[in-house]
Write a protein that binds this ligand. Sequence first.
Ligand SMILES: [Zn+2]
Length: 308
Amino acid sequence: MPISRAVQLADKLYAIDAWMEDGPERLSCYLFDTPERVLVEVGPSATLHHLTDALDELGIDDIATFVVTHVHLDHAGGAGQLARRYPRARIGVHRSGARHLVSPERLWSSAVGVFGEEWLASTWGQMEPIAEKRLMALDEGDRVPLGGGRFLDVMHTPGHARHHIVFHDDDSGGMFVGDSVGLCYPHGHFVQPVTPPPDFDARLVVEQLHRMAQRNPKFLGFAHFGPEDRVAETLASAEARIWDWVRIVERMTNLDDKAATEELRRWSRAHYLDLGFAEEDIVKYEAKTFWPMQIAGIRRWLATRQTR
Ligand SMILES: [Zn+2]
């Protein structure tokens, strides 16, 4: 039986469960079914059919603009394919991420370095290039029109990735945060950092969390996964947990990457249990976390900080 993948969050705003790695509740895309339709986040190409099926179910035959918070493949991997499906759509991305959508080769090889080629090609899928003229280069203070006088405000939020952007819709109060706050799943509702190399910078991430809080959004639209309306609490725990992880990794000077990965996983599990989170929720978070990447990103940041 087909699952209804779209949930209405506010006037003309839907959250779509776009699946990922063949499971639900992994990736949320957000659709503004406004006079100028805007889709936030695309997802990897291998599972793009979940998104396009949902768009078809909603009767969406045209999109004015689709935007990605950043070009990591679990957000933008299918952008080329989606651009082909909606030939009139513009594609919004931070100005320094744009070149990776025009020529995805470098982005691909950097992702191969983290995830391995076989896993990447089969699980997230290949990227197709997008013609430069279709790109809308975005930066802090820009506005993406939704039509009828409604806009998505763009904030530049480096830290998870240098070119990360976040979109704020004043009308619904939604802030669409990509990976800049972390992961937060509807089971458990706790936030966990995402700290990939090469860009992860703990200080920058925390700076952006403060800027997001200042805007006082009504809810955070996570990419992984869904809306979270406990905004202040979620942003504060995102900050606390980043410093927790940095401190833990800093202490692991005598462990190799593999042992450090296991230690961070073990510490996090014990910490979540201490905080009273349910074991079944913790297990689900663990399964959805790429632990070696977390260690690699934090260690890289610690190393560059020391050489500065
Ligand atoms: Zn990311």
